[in-house]
Design a protein around this ligand. Structure first.
Ligand SMILES: *Cc1c(COP(=O)(O)O)cnc(C)c1O
Length: 432
């Protein structure tokens, strides 16, 4: 029997994210990558506009990250974290505690963003349980959110945007306020938060925590909102005795123009989730940080035990690469890089606003979004090939064509990306 080539085997046997194995969509094979470029099996090089889902902020195949991984492999790749610790975990925790808001002092390492969210939710529920308030178990969030694919995280994702609706009946019922709409603090109106306010005051005896993606809602719609909303949420949480969890898994490490998005609102959360760019996109690692209030609360029953402990918790290899990635970030002029990307995205994407197909164009930090009037998903037969033929890697979903390139992207490469978005819209216009 003839062996299937990789693409055929893949189509036949492998599930990809949110994709059908019955009706596989076109797929490309990547063999290597360097800087902002992915090299395909056929030798073509394409510019990555996605940073492999927010993660490869320094680009691919980075010499310092490679070196860090290799050195660590020769020391120790993994050891259990129960009863043992190691320098990479301690060093990474030190860095995270130093670079996040002052009150965030305790770090829980986990294997992925979704798990960091699960841990955050557990922290909040355990906190109230230990306070003798076992009824405070629900979460309050906003629509259009995305917090991951595991069951606890799914339950706080937008209940209607389709990704998880079939699990509705097995998920806990949380509370959803409308998605924030205000775009700048100057336009702030009390009505922007009225429903949220009502929910938190009506239900505070059953709400453990509010969970939000600060300033940028990612996979739930690529929506942006103003810092004042976060300030108001922080004040309402304090007023109504509710913890605040911020999910910075997408926004963390500079993407929105500040190291963490909450800085722009001048607040700090009780619990913070980070992931994605933490290792510069090298491997999966996430962390949940919390303040002393949460730690003391959880410890109020005398034990302070947090009921979680993944097998690969604090994996030394991942922690070592994360340490190096954070060093690279903090030693770089990331702020300047993100600001330069932001300006160029504004200049090159805003003109698309005038195209009939386009509903909205928005830019925040190193994130550029073109929202169309209609979903592009049904164009997936020709679209992925068309995109790669433009020399770029962009992956539209629903009615969104968006990019969040590595911070190291140069002017010309970024222009190729924004130009490709223009060509995609043009081509969509022809076929509509
Ligand atoms: C990607 C993401 C997650 C989930 O992270 P995984 O590593 O995919 O489990 C959670 N929250 C936000 C905001 C994300 O962008």
């Amino acid at each position: 029997m003839q062996e299937l080539n990789n693409l055929s085997f893949d189509a036949k046997h492998i599930w990809h994210p949110y994709s059908s194995i019955a009706k596989p969509s076109p797929i490309h094979e990547v063999v290597s990558a360097k800087g902002v470029r992915l090299t395909l099996k056929d030798g073509r090089e394409i510019i990555d506009g996605m940073s492999s889902w927010w993660s490869t902020i320094h680009g691919y195949n980075h010499p310092r990250l490679n070196e860090a991984a290799k050195l660590q492999i020769d020391q120790i790749s993994h050891v259990m974290f129960g009863g043992l610790t190691h320098p990479p975990a301690v060093e990474l925790a030190r860095k995270l505690v130093n670079m996040t808001a002052e009150p965030l002092q305790k770090v829980f390492f986990s294997d992925s963003g979704s798990i960091a969210v699960e841990v955050a939710i557990k922290m909040a529920i355990q906190y109230w349980f230990a306070q003798g308030e076992p009824n405070k178990q629900r979460l309050l969030t906003v629509r259009n959110g995305y917090h991951g694919d595991t069951f606890g995280a799914m339950a706080v994702c937008d209940p209607e945007n389709g990704m998880h609706s079939m699990f509705e009946h097995v998920l806990p019922k949380h509370l959803f306020a409308p998605a924030p709409t205000c775009q700048s603090d100057e336009d702030w109106q009390e009505s922007d938060i009225a429903e949220f306010k009502q929910l938190i005051s009506d239900h505070n005896d059953e709400i453990a925590a509010v969970i939000l993606e600060p300033l940028v809602q990612g996979a739930g719609g690529m929506r942006f909102y103003c810092p004042e909303y976060l300030r108001q949420v922080r004040a309402l949480c304090d007023q109504h005795n509710v913890l605040l969890i911020l999910d910075e898994i997408a926004t963390g490490f500079g993407r929105t123009g500040s190291l963490f998005a909450y800085e722009q609102a001048d607040i700090s959360p009780d619990v913070l989730c980070v992931g994605k760019a933490l290792t510069g996109g090298y491997m999966t690692l996430a962390a949940t940080l919390c303040n002393d209030k949460v730690v003391e609360g959880i410890s109020a029953d005398g034990s302070g035990v947090l009921m979680h402990g993944p097998t690969f918790m604090g994996n030394p290899l991942a922690c070592r690469v994360a340490c190096e990635s954070l060093d690279i970030l903090l030693e770089s002029n990331w702020q300047q890089q993100v600001e330069t990307i932001e300006k160029q995205l504004v200049n090159e994407l805003m003109p698309y606003q005038s195209i009939t197909l386009v509903k909205d164009v928005r830019v925040k930090g190193a994130i550029g979004v073109v929202e169309l009037h209609h979903p592009v998903d049904e164009q997936m037969d020709w679209l992925p090939k068309f995109i790669v033929d433009q020399g770029v890697w962009i992956r539209p979903f629903r009615n969104l064509i968006y990019i969040m390139p590595p911070y190291i992207v140069n002017r010309d490469d970024l222009s190729v990306l924004t130009g490709a978005i223009g060509k995609i819209i043009e081509r969509l216009a022809e076929s509509s």
